[in-house]
Design a protein around this ligand. Structure first.
Ligand code: NAD
Ligand code: UDP
Length: 337
């Protein structure tokens, strides 16, 4: 298939492009580089030996999107483009609603104009209410506590409504848990700007000496060791989940949601311990107060994706730690060099 990948220059987008191209699919990328650099796409070309068209435009610009559809025969869209920092979304809610909702609406409108009816959407585990019993399955109650999560919730609702009106459309909602790690080549990986919000890039930058210590947000949660528990998934497994999703969308109409996780919860101390052990480096840590809004434990039920997509994550926590560190050591300044 020929796939339009919005946000293709980002962390998950680049890893997905590699797997799509390796699988023999064609790609057309849209990215305005608001949170990425063209160098990441050069590396995708280098890893795969394949090329693809790039439109350096904003997904909110429907005319520019429309050009990408009319100049290429597109079969399916994977929509990664969006702003994703929870804390920033609380400070700049309108920027998040504008970017993430306008982007979704102009994309759906351009798809409708060009007769493209298949879409895979990057949703998130944050669409689940945090007070539901774990593990969460796809029928668990939805809700959010921050503007970022609400944008995902609202995009999902918009997509369910579009499919209700157009039953010949095929939409796959992928609810990611905690993607970490990097491509095993060490050529692409997560490149956060400024101080990382997420745990793994903070660990790698601390191990490298760029940060004095990892602050562990709370050790008094009702978990095995008191620190927060999450479902970490290797970004390459996540990327392969997208390949399975587009192949599912090719054959099935309707709107379906799938969890993409491992089904296994690990604590902050589990992750730090595994990282130190696998890579033979120290990660200085200090205990800090809980971070507002953090639930104690989040992990997924994965049976639906196994059964309907024929996909499941296979990479271990150790592989996630090894690959994240390889990427960080080889690229201490990310894609900036
Ligand atoms: P990322 O920031 O690395 O990638 C997003 C890409 O979209 C960037 O290259 C950015 O420049 C681009 N972009 C943003 N707004 C755009 C716009 N208006 N027009 C064109 N391009 C635009 O993020 P990521 O981690 O790769 O996440 C991809 C998607 O997955 C996002 O929608 C995110 O919300 C979702 N998601 C991510 C995680 C995670 O932990 N990384 C978890 C759940 C869901
Ligand atoms: N965390 C931490 N220190 C950090 C960043 C995160 O202790 O500097 C913890 C956080 O409280 C949570 C887990 O690590 O329990 C994963 O956080 P992350 O921000 O990576 O993902 P989230 O699940 O919050 O989206």
């Amino acid at each position: 298939m020929n796939i339009l990948v919005t946000g293709g220059a980002g962390y998950i987008g680049t890893h997905t492009l590699v797997e799509l191209l390796n699988r023999g699919h064609g790609a057309v990328v849209i990215d305005n580089f608001t949170n990425s650099r063209p160098e990441s796409l050069r590396r995708v070309r280098e890893i795969t030996g394949k090329s693809f068209a790039l439109y350096a435009v904003d997904v909110c610009d429907e005319e520019a999107l429309s050009r990408a559809f009319s100049e290429n025969a597109i079969d399916c869209v994977i929509h990664f483009a969006g702003l994703k920092a929870v804390g920033e979304s609380c400070e700049r809610p309108l920027a998040y609603y504008r970017n993430n909702l306008d982007g979704m609406m102009s994309l759906l409108s351009a798809m409708g104009r060009h007769g493209v009816k298949k879409l895979v959407f990057s949703s998130s585990a944050t669409v689940y209410r945090s007070d539901v019993p774990m593990p969460v399955d796809e029928d668990s109650p939805l809700g959010s506590i921050n503007p970022y999560g609400w944008t995902k919730f609202m995009c999902e609702q918009m997509l369910r409504d579009v499919v209700a009106a157009r039953p010949d459309w095929s939409v796959v909602l992928l609810r990611y848990f905690n993607p970490i790690g990097a491509h095993e080549s060490g050529r692409i990986g997560e490149d956060p700007s400024g101080i990382p919000n997420n745990l793994m890039p903070f660990i790698t930058q601390t191990a490298l000496g760029r940060r004095p210590a990892l602050r562990i947000f709370g050790n008094d949660y009702p978990t095995r060791d008191g620190t927060g528990v999450r479902d970490y998934i290797h970004v390459v497994d996540l990327a392969l989940g997208h390949v399975a999703a587009i192949e599912y969308a090719e054959k099935n109409a309707g709107c379906e949601a799938f969890n993409l996780g491992t089904g296994q919860g690990y604590s902050v101390l589990d992750l730090v311990g595994a990282f130190e052990r696998v890579n033979g480096v120290a990660v200085p840590c200090e205990i800090a107060p809980r971070r507002a809004g953090d639930p104690a434990t989040v992990y997924s039920r994965v049976e639906k994706a196994e059964k309907m997509l024929g996909w499941r994550a296979t990479r271990t926590l150790e592989e996630m730690c090894r690959d994240a560190w390889r990427w960080q050591v080889k690229n201490p300044n990310g894609f900036a060099e």
